[in-house]
Design a protein around this ligand. Sequence first.
Ligand code: AMP
Length: 281
Amino acid sequence: MAELVAEIAAFRELLADRRQAGKTVGLVPTMGALHAGHRRLLEIARAETDVVVASIFVNPTQFNRQDDLHQYPRTLEQDLAVCRAAGVDLVFAPSATEMYPQAQLTWIDVSALTQHLCGPGRPGHFQGVATVVMKLFQIAQPDRAYFGEKDAQQLAVIHRMVKDLNVPVTVVPVATVREPDGLALSSRNQHLSPSEREQAAVLSQALFAARDLVEHGERSAAVIASAVAPILKDVLLEYFSLVNPENLLPVERVEGPVLIAAAIWIGSTRLIDNVKVTPLA
Ligand code: AMP
């Protein structure tokens, strides 16, 4: 029946009761504006754990642009309906002052994984993400926590943070949910005008084309990037990179599993996406 809780103390109490009864807890951290991508995470959590918790928090410390923070869609009533339909037990939706009652002096910085891809374009972003996820882990103490592969760098950062800091949680990656034309679902898609929305399909098209090239034997990252460049010629490209999926360092030649990731700008909307591919030997 998706109970809404805004306060950490009350939320902890509700969870403690359930944990004492021997229930496992699954956490799905979100920033709200829930769509079918989030829904997939909730459904998997529902299938795998006894008590499903969705957090809805537009975390100010991960926004490096104030306009992006202010424009971020906030749709709590609709989100609660999505949570109810997905069988969520508790929705934790704290205020910014509940999460940050005083200046945050302790930060988590998985810096080696944030030197490439989205790191340079979004200074401080991953530090904000890692820190708020760690706070949510401390608050909810979930057995399992669910994250989308759509945000591959975020997933790598959280995986590494959990390992490095011995956090007793299993991080569960969830495959990217896409529109029929390939566009990955994102809360930011709603900022696109109809013509921008149509244009946005080039992002997944370029990534799928790059994946096809790897599957057909191409091994040079530079050749792959220039082969797909025409697909992206009408949008502003922030990066298009082939990286090692574990350390996120750029590869020149594809010699094992590779993450192909890109960020583009369509008007004032920034979109990211990625695919992972393992070449045949
Ligand atoms: P957000 O609300 O954008 O912070 O996303 C919350 C969680 O949902 C993150 O773990 C995202 O990776 C995940 N997510 C967002 N979009 C998708 C998608 N299209 N498919 C799967 N997971 C997604």
